[in-house]
Design a protein around this ligand. Structure first.
Ligand SMILES: [Zn+2]
Ligand SMILES: [Zn+2]
Length: 131
């Protein structure tokens, strides 16, 4: 079992079972949401993710495209995103894990919109959008 929390500690969650494919996402939305060059996100089965503390602190920012970004309203930590088109998955912001991430991120996605000031310096596959 994996556990994680937000910066202020109000929100705690568990992930039962596997943390799936992990990617560096360079899209402009992740850049804004995290305030950095990219987000590191893992696919997790929606029913494997459970908020164990701080449900009252959690806020969701939803877009017209049916993407819901869940974050802590007290400290701003991004936690997961959900998509109406893929209700079986959540995308975990793995920087909030307190337990080690098993494995390593496997790709860069949305490279077509990456920050011009960030250079990718590894040999992982790069995709212009979501593959
Ligand atoms: Zn917090
Ligand atoms: Zn993104």
């Amino acid at each position: 079992m994996h556990t994680g929390s937000c910066l202020c500690g109000a929100v705690r969650y568990t992930v039962r079972g596997d943390i799936g494919a992990t990617v560096y996402c360079h899209c402009g939305r992740c850049r804004k949401a995290g305030g950095s060059a990219f987000a590191t996100n893992a696919a997790v089965a929606a029913d494997a993710f459970e908020l164990v503390e701080g449900a009252d602190a959690v806020t969701t920012f939803s877009t017209a495209e049916g993407v819901h970004r869940v974050f802590c309203s007290r400290c701003g930590s991004p936690l997961i995103s959900r998509r109406d088109s893929q209700p079986e998955l959540v995308r975990l912001r793995v920087g909030t894990l307190d337990t080690p991430l098993p494995g390593r991120p496997g790709a860069h996605i949305f490279v077509a919109s990456k920050a011009a000031w960030f250079d990718i310096r590894d040999d992982l596959p790069q995709y212009p959008e979501r593959p």
